[in-house]
Design a protein around this ligand. Structure first.
Ligand SMILES: [Zn+2]
Length: 347
């Protein structure tokens, strides 16, 4: 029998091996009951999960007559893209009804509700698919409840867990899933994608450097001028700090923290700052070692080069260690402000 030819239309940037693998499972009809998509944020895990789920459900035949999967036109695709497909369930951290703020966890009641939905008969006598975004934010009770679902898979059910911090997922869950690792996408692939989208060449270069292997970040930076400006502002701040006196550094810390009053949001906020700062120290080390072609913040190259001239390699290595230590302190619930002050004094 001739092998069934199915075409796909998956606008995923990079990840060719993963794409081929998932598409093959659709062609063969051999899906696992559970997948765990893991990797840094912004790599394309959620996009891949959505394309996989919608292609599994699509009623288009995928033959080479313009009906590549997902076709985007059939009944299932229409429902899917309107978020009303009766057999696809998307679960994520909920918002507090009163404050509208995102909650910190995925709760056991959310997983129980999902279990109920998966236990009912499929409306279309087809797959039932659940996509759990940020599954690493499940509480322990929620994770145990999910484990029960994974231990007794129901019919044609496919569960996709999206996870950026794999260590937070109990091994009992991970071992029941097919783990798919998303790795950073080569800078040239992201650059080529941005050029294809008619982004100005200089901007495409700048953004593909900043994105650092994460197409999702590149796309957000292209679509959101404010986000790009904010990123550059954050880099500018640290470059200024590197050239300031201790008193000026403390003043700057005060100005960062002015609006961030509660302890947790201060920690989150400073953790984002640490990401930026670690990126700069990495760039400075690369410039010191004649590897300037790999720097992330190429838009600030001239200034980075002049700072790299002043710092010794040993000092930069110390800075890198101190930043890692500061992050550890923040994660172990030390006062974010004190941890930062400590870092700034040593700087
Ligand atoms: Zn379709």
């Amino acid at each position: 029998m001739a092998k069934l030819k199915i075409d796909f239309n998956w606008p995923l940037v990079g990840h060719e091996k993963i794409t081929n693998f998932l598409q093959q499972t659709i062609i063969s009809g051999n899906q696992n009951h559970a997948y765990l998509f893991c990797g840094l944020q912004g790599l394309g895990k959620k996009t891949a999960a959505e394309l996989f789920a919608s292609s599994l459900m699509c009623l288009g035949d995928g033959q080479a007559d313009g009906k590549a999967l997902p076709c985007g036109k059939c009944h299932c695709c229409t429902q899917y893209f309107k978020n009303v497909h009766p057999d696809i369930f998307k679960l994520e951290v909920a918002r507090n009804e009163k404050t509208e703020k995102l909650k910190k966890n995925i709760s056991i009641s959310q997983i129980k509700e999902l279990h109920d939905k998966l236990s009912r008969r499929s409306f279309l006598n087809s797959y039932k698919i659940a996509i759990i975004d940020e599954a690493d934010l499940m509480t322990l009770e929620a994770a145990n409840s999910l484990l029960k679902i994974l231990e007794e898979p129901l019919g044609r059910t496919v569960i996709i867990l999206i996870v950026s911090k794999l260590y937070r997922i109990p091994l009992t869950i991970a071992s029941r899933c097919q783990v798919i690792n998303f790795l950073p996408v080569p800078r040239n692939t992201i650059f080529a994608y941005l050029e294809e989208k008619k982004i100005d060449r200089k901007k495409a270069q700048e953004i593909s450097d900043i994105a650092f292997g994460r197409p999702g970040i590149a796309i957000s930076l292209c679509n959101d001028a404010e986000m790009l400006a904010e990123y550059k502002k954050g880099i500018g701040e640290f470059l200024k700090i590197l050239k300031s006196t201790v008193a000026q550094k403390f003043q700057m810390l005060d100005s960062f923290l002015n609006k961030e009053s509660d302890f947790i949001s201060t920690g989150d906020f400073l953790s984002q700052k640490l990401d930026l700062w670690q990126g700069i120290v990495r760039d400075l080390l690369l410039l010191k070692n004649s590897s300037g072609g790999f720097i992330r913040n190429s838009f600030a190259r001239t200034e980075l080069e002049s700072i790299a001239d002043v710092f010794k390699t040993e000092k930069l290595i110390d800075l890198k260690k101190d930043l890692e230590l500061t992050r550890k302190y923040i994660f172990s619930n030390a006062s974010p402000r004190l941890s930062f002050e400590n870092f700034l004094i040593k700087l």
